[in-house]
Design a protein around this ligand. Sequence first.
Ligand code: SAM
Length: 511
Amino acid sequence: MPWLDVPMIRRPMRLRSCYSKLRFHAILISSAQCCSMGNDLIQIANVRPQGGAVLDVLPESAMDFALAPSLAGEGKTFYIETFGCQMNVHDSEKVAGVLMGRGYRPVDCYEDADIVLYNTCSIRERAAQKVFSRLGAFRKAGTAGRKIIGVLGCVAQQEGERFFERAPQVSLVCGSASYPKLPDLLAQIESGRRRVRGLALDTEDCFETEFTRRDNRFRAYLTIIEGCDQRCAFCVVPMTRGPERSRAGAKIVAESRRLAEAGYTEIQILGQIVNAWRDPSPARWSFAELLGRVAEVPGVRRVRFTTSHPRYFTPDIVQAMDSHPALCDQIHLPVQAGSSEVLARMRRGYSREEYLEKIDCIRKARRAISLSTDIIVGFCGESEKDFERTVSLLEEVEYDQVFSFKFSPRPNTSALEFADTVEEEVKGNRLSVLQEAQRRIQLRRNQALVGQKVEVLVEGYQARLRQAVGRTTSNRVLNFPGDPADVGCYRMVTVTSAGPNSLVGERIGDW
Ligand code: SAM
């Protein structure tokens, strides 16, 4: 049953006036969440029976919308499945917020949903295919007819109108650049239109939603730049997410404050090329300055940012990390290949040597900074020697984590001008060699941490094993004997053993 804990609310007059409408919305406010309300903020939360609250943070300016939206979704349910990167995950949180603002209720499985949405990824062929296999399964199950099915994100943008022909059961096709129009598109569906599309890439807006339904109670994603102007030869993102649009620095800091007031202690700043962010406001903060300002927000204990591009990675980012302990000991800096010839063909805009200069700058930071990267094996024309250069780069940098992929030719990318010369089998072998080399490096580096004391933000608890699981500032997963009360807390832990992918520890005293 929806409920509103009025006595705990600091601004009862304002809220009393909207009480009935909120209740009508079936949106819930719990006392604990209301306690953390800031002056310019009201939080609306969907409290699940098990107590797993997912918060919506609502700026004052959005209140009018919140109090008078169409209630067309009331009594109806939605389900979103998300594929791909953290930006997609966060986009889905915003889409869920928009739907909840219109009265829809989230459900955990598609069978129970009136609207089923797939937020898709087209970065590699296999990722793009997933949505078609989901839609195929739907058709076979014969359940599609009673539901509204929407496809969002990169595959939606890439396929556009063709989607309706390939999958006639789909009613909504919307790329991420058109998400600001989502409320309108939903209204069209609600009024009975059969096929609705949002495929424009020319929007000036970043996706500023009235509600965001956040899936994690401690870490909040915050997008600061949308789109990408890089045109790397392999990458479909500029075509699917549109041109770069940065959010104003002051708005980003204001949202960070709201998040901290709402109880989030870790902020993960997102952008396809996060460090290409340029303040569009007259303040003209640099990216490093923005990091510092977010890190200084009271209540924010950890700030991460991803993905950085080596081309825009400047020493002032490391200086900001030196000056602000809240900036985590972690940088994700995709290199893609270790051969300068391959990098040039990829149009990455740096050579191996230039990339290593950036790494050198990071290694000179006052504290040890954990490094991770992305690598593509088997890019067009990659010789055995080129590949060896990539493996030698791993040994030289000693990354703490590597995300590695076989090259997958993508539509409308300039790599299509080259022949995809590396055979699938060779790509597969190279991927195995690379992953094995990296496994050894990670094991070595993780084992060097045994005996050290580290701080962990506990994100979960496995009752069967009585284990708490969390992450260190360097983004390593760490398990330790704990209890459910640890979840959401920062605990000091001594590392007792290490594998290639995670650490094990013992909690220190009552920290
Ligand atoms: N914007 C980031 C950058 O340019 O560094 C990368 C974001 S992309 C979502 C994540 C990773 O997918 C890339 O860094 C790259 O390693 C990989 N990737 C992108 N296009 C690919 C393709 N066509 N084939 C294989 N891997 C690809």
